[in-house]
Design a protein around this ligand. Sequence first.
Ligand code: IMP
Ligand code: MG
Length: 192
Amino acid sequence: MENFEQKIPELISAQAIQDKVKEMGRQITKDYSNRYPLRIIGALKGCFVFMADLIKCIDLPVKVDFMEISSYGDAMESSGNVKIIKDLSHDIAGENVLIAEDIIDTGLTLNHTIAMLHTRNPKSIAVASLLIKNEKQQLKYPAKYIGFEIEDKFVVGYGLDYKGYMRNMPYIGVVTESDQLDLFDNLEAEKE
Ligand code: IMP
Ligand code: MG
């Protein structure tokens, strides 16, 4: 089998991610040590790899739920148009909510998500994002737990995708040449 991953240069290694996630989990455990249970809400789909690792590093009673809010479609730029694709399954009234995000770019998706969750009367809301691109960031509610600040480049792996692909890479890679995406563009084109 061809090694697809070799084509995308590494920006953050699998080991560096694991170390950082552990550190974030320790901090969250400390901060919520007298405010549990905690409801971790994953922002699908990008969150699921990070969130699975993060919850294992939180030494407190936690419950999870998921929602999917989309602002991108298949494009590489945020459109600012957000819509709920999948809503939560649980009532969060009175709960301490921690949103797990893969990456904050413009922050528009998160602004919209947080404003919407506030109307459901949780006890508190905070955000844990593995990555943040600060260049275009317009967050109304600053994210409390941030793994890595990165440059404004398109990244993939560890949950982050291009056209739905590459979420299964164990590290975070950066797309430096557009021909690195040809394989995935072709796979999509073949379906048509
Ligand atoms: P925002 O609304 O601009 O902050 O966009 C946030 C969402 O866009 C993230 O949850 C990701 O799903 C996606 N996104 C932003 N930047 C990247 C990237 O570099 N690679 C993959 N997905 C990204
Ligand atoms: Mg995405």
